[in-house]
Design a protein around this ligand. Structure first.
Ligand code: FAD
Ligand code: NAP
Length: 309
C-alpha cells in the first residue's frame, strides 16, 4: 500500500515527489512510462526557467531533477498506468501487464501529447517525413527543405531550431499573425532561410513510397493552392491532455473534467475526489509552462501530506 502514487514523471510529478517525500511521506512511487523529465525533454531551447540564465536544451534542464528527488526517497517505477479506480478510501492502479497496486492517495500528472492537425496525409506519412519533434528528427533533414505547420510558441521555437540545420523552413499558419509571444516572433527576423506562409491553410501532405515530397497549402485571401516542395512536415498545432487513466469501466471519468478533458482542480490541486490530486498541463487553466507545472507539483505534494495526516 503506497502513501502516494504519482502518475507521470514530468516537472509536475517530479516536484510533487520531492515535496511529498521531503515532507515525510514514506511510500511514494512515481510511475513513469518512459524516462523521467516529461515533454520538455523534446525542446531544443529553454530560456524562461527562473534562475536558469544560460539557454539550455530541455534534456539539460531536467537532467538533475530525478536524482534530487531520489535523495529524499522517491521511488521510480518505469510502468504505464492504465487505469485508476477508487473503492472506499483506497485507490487501485492497474499497470501495463495488468498488475495492480493500491495507494492511499494519487496524483495524476500525465501532461499532454501533440495534437494531430487532421490534415490529409498526416497519418499516412507519420514517421516517414511527418514529425512532431524537431530535436528528435530535424537532423534527418540536414540541408533539405521542410515545412512547419502551426503558429504558437512551439512552432516558432522549433522552426528556429530547424533553420540551423535545414536549407529552407516554411512556417505555414492559418491566420495573418502568429499566436506565439512577440519575443519569439521577433527572433524569426534573424533567419533569412525561414519563410512565413501566413493566412494559408494546409490542404494535404503529399509524398511517394520514400516519404513526404511536399505540402499543399491554400491562400485564405485568393483561394489559390500551391505545393511547397519539402521532404519533412513538422506539425505543432497544440497538445491534448492525457487523461485516459481516469476513464472508468462505464466510460465516465473518475473525477470532474471540463469539455476538453482537463481535470478540474482547486488552488491546492485537489480534484472532485478526496485523495486524488492533479498537477501540471493536465489541469484546467494550465499555463503550460515548466515553472507552473513544478509549482503545481509542489502544491499537490503538500496537499497529499495534509490529506494523509
Ligand atoms: P509532461 O511534461 O507532459 O510530463 C508528463 C509525463 O507523464 C510524461 O513523461 C509521460 O511519459 C508520463 N505519462 C503520461 N501518461 C502516463 C501513464 N499513463 N503512465 C505513466 N506515465 C505517463 N515550457 C516552458 O516553460 N518553457 C519552454 O520553453 C517550453 N518549451 C516547450 C517546447 C516544446 C517542444 C514542448 C512540447 C513544450 C514546451 N514547454 C515549455 C511546455 C512544458 O514542457 C510543459 O508545460 C511541461 O512539461 C508540463 O509538465 P507536466 O509534468 O505537467 O507534463
Ligand atoms: P498553441 O499555443 O495552442 O498554438 C497552436 C497553434 O496551432 C495555433 O497557432 C493554432 O492556430 C494552430 N492550429 C491549431 N490547430 C490547427 C490545425 N488543425 N491546423 C493548423 N493549425 C492549427 O500550442 P503550442 O505552440 O504547442 O503551445 C502550447 C503551450 O505551451 C502554450 O501555452 C505555449 O505558450 C507553451 N509553450 C511555451 C513556450 C515558451 O514559453 N517559450 C514554448 C513552447 C510552448 P490559431 O492561432 O489560429 O489558433
Amino acid at each position: 500500500m503506497l502513501d502516494l502514487a504519482i502518475i507521470g514523471g514530468g516537472p509536475a510529478g517530479l516536484t510533487a515527489g520531492m515535496y511529498a517525500t521531503r515532507g515525510g511521506l514514506k511510500d511514494v512511487t512515481m510511475f513513469e512510462k518512459g524516462l523521467p523529465g516529461g515533454q520538455i525533454t523534446q525542446s531544443s531551447e529553454i530560456e524562461n526557467y527562473p534562475g536558469q540564465i544560460e539557454v539550455v536544451t530541455g534534456m539539460e534542464l531536467m537532467d538533475k531533477w530525478p536524482d534530487q528527488c531520489k535523495r529524499f526517497g522517491l521511488k521510480h517505477e518505469m510502468s504505464e498506468v492504465k487505469q485508476v479506480v477508487k473503492n472506499g478510501e483506497i485507490f487501485t492502479l492497474t499497470l501495463s501487464g495488468d498488475s495492480q497496486i493500491n495507494a492511499k492517495s494519487v496524483l495524476i500528472a500525465t501532461g499532454s501529447v501533440p495534437r494531430p492537425a487532421g490534415i490529409k496525409g498526416e497519418a499516412e506519412f507519420f514517421g516517414r517525413g511527418v514529425s512532431t519533434c524537431a530535436t528528435c528528427d530535424g537532423f534527418f533533414y540536414k540541408n533539405k527543405d521542410v515545412v512547419v505547420i502551426g503558429g504558437g510558441d512551439t512552432a516558432i521555437e522549433e522552426a528556429i531550431y530547424l533553420a540551423n540545420i535545414c536549407k529552407i523552413v516554411y512556417i505555414v499558419h492559418r491566420r495573418d499573425e502568429f499566436r506565439a509571444s512577440p519575443h519569439e516572433v521577433e527572433k524569426l527576423a534573424k533567419f533569412d532561410n525561414i519563410i512565413p506562409v501566413l493566412s494559408h491553410t494546409t490542404e494535404e501532405i503529399v509524398g511517394d513510397n520514400m516519404g513526404v515530397t511536399g505540402v499543399v497549402v491554400k491562400s485564405k485571401e485568393t483561394g489559390e493552392t500551391k505545393t511547397l516542395d519539402a521532404l519533412g512536415a513538422f506539425i505543432f498545432v497544440g497538445r491534448d491532455v492525457l487523461n485516459q487513466t481516469l476513464i472508468q469501466d462505464d466510460g465516465s471519468f473518475l473525477c470532474d473534467v471540463n469539455e476538453s478533458g482537463e481535470v478540474k482542480v482547486d488552488l491546492k490541486m485537489k480534484t472532485s475526489v478526496e485523495g486524488l490530486f492533479a498537477a501540471g498541463d493536465i489541469r484546467i487553466d494550465a499555463p503550460k509552462q515548466v515553472v507552473c507545472a513544478a509549482g503545481d507539483g509542489a502544491a499537490a505534494g503538500i496537499s497529499a501530506i495534509t490529506y494523509l495526516q
